[in-house]
Design a protein around this ligand. Structure first.
Ligand SMILES: [Ca+2]
Ligand SMILES: [Ca+2]
Length: 245
């Protein structure tokens, strides 16, 4: 089958649309080979979020969603958290308006009472922002998709803290020094909590933006072709070639 340049250009233009709608992955951990630098810690929780003790991460080569994943076995009555590696930290301003997504499940909890503190803690620029996502964790893999937008993030305290402002969230993301994901759902027993598929995502472009981006690419391709063959359509060029020949 003969593929013309015009058809190729149309295919390139069409192919650019879904790519623009994906949004960029700024950092991710699938735990396919190891714990990818994730650690764990114990914290006193709201409102100081002081770190009280070291907690270890266990790498699990199977049983994830899919493949490998990590777990934390709660060693004490402090709040336990998974703690993100450097790849998720630093200047993550591009994540503003995007999302933090992850999968988690309760592996074991022999008795005890459900208890919850913020599912996610973001620290940076002298601020601690917290966000509640669920009151209890299921024993099956559950996906969390947390918008990095003001409206549900609170300052210092999960339930009574002031809602974080737009400027506060941007400041924290611009100098992110810690990103913690909850590994504590039962009090006071020593439960085990699993984590997989953590992704920090830039905002997905609006459909209108994606169309404009695609249209811009098409225009660039068209302009390049016009520069190479000024004022000529494909039919014109074939006709001129026939006359010249
Ligand atoms: Ca995995
Ligand atoms: Ca516990």
């Amino acid at each position: 089958m003969k593929v013309t340049r015009g058809a190729l250009m149309l295919w390139l233009c069409a192919a650019s649309l879904p790519a623009a709608a994906e949004g960029n992955v700024l950092a991710q951990s699938n735990f396919d080979g190891d714990s990818e630098g994730w650690t764990a810690l114990g914290s006193g929780g709201s409102p100081s979020w002081a770190i009280h003790s070291g907690v270890s991460v266990q790498y699990q080569s199977g049983g994830g969603n899919p493949g490998g994943h990590i777990t934390v076995q709660d060693p004490d009555n402090e709040w336990s958290y998974f703690s993100a590696p450097l790849a998720f930290l630093g200047n993550q301003s591009a994540a503003y308006g995007g999302r933090l997504s992850f999968d988690s499940r309760l592996v074991s909890a022999p008795g005890g009472t459900p208890a919850n503190e913020a599912e996610v803690v973001l620290r940076g620029a002298g601020l601690t922002l917290v966000r509640e996502a669920t009151a209890s964790l299921s024993a099956t893999w559950t996906s969390f998709d947390i918008p990095l937008m003001p409206g549900s993030w609170r300052v210092d305290d999960t339930f009574s803290g002031a809602l974080a402002t737009d400027a506060q969230l941007q400041s924290v993301l611009g100098a992110l020094s810690a990103l913690w994901i909850n590994a504590e759902y039962i009090t006071p027993v020593v439960e085990t909590v699993a984590l997989d598929n953590v992704r920090l995502l830039a905002p997905v472009p609006e459909p209108r933006q994606a169309v404009l981006m695609s249209a811009g690419l098409c225009l660039l391709v068209w302009a390049a072709r016009r520069t190479r063959f000024p004022g000529a359509s494909g039919h014109d060029r074939r006709e001129r070639a026939a006359i010249a020949g």
